[in-house]
Design a protein around this ligand. Sequence first.
Ligand code: HEC
Length: 161
Amino acid sequence: MIKKILWAVMASLVFFFSTGVAPASAVELTEATRTVTLDTAGQKTTLSTQQVASGQRLFNLQCTKCHLQGKTKTNNNVSLGLEDLAGAEPARDNLVALVDYLQNPTSYDGVDSLTELHPNTSRPDIFPELKNVTKDDLKNLAGYMLIAPRLDERWGGTIYF
Ligand code: HEC
């Protein structure tokens, strides 16, 4: 009897490990997954897996405290989901616009400057945590934000308290 149970356990373990769901980080990023919209003209650009990883690392380090899973603490209406990014003025659902936001953030309607309120690289006096962040880092970060909805279906949207 015990032998039988052991065999059952072994068999299910083998089954689990051979078909088991791979952790998200191990998901292979295909070229299609790594290709994002570059600008408002709709041009495309493809990030390398290293660039995506580097963007994700920086995002986890500097942004998740307010934007865990692409949601936005204190302002549910301005998430990092593609729909919200597209609805901003000017639209932010492309790499160039996101890099620009991280240099000179503006309000959702584009009217007010948020450089003193939202982390950005133009004001290292107020946001020293981004002092050493280069333009390439910003590109990786922007690219990651555009790819993230493909990696996590819960990305963006509303925080439910
Ligand atoms: C202290 C909290 C905080 C941190 C840290 C933070 N953000 Fe934000 N972020 C916000 C808030 C609040 C808004 C909404 C601003 C508004 O009212 O327009 C926002 C808006 C944004 C938007 C515009 C979203 C849209 O739909 O238009 C982007 C893009 C963004 N943040 C990216 C980042 C990135 C990348 C980082 C890390 C470098 C970061 N944020 C760090 C709080 C934060």
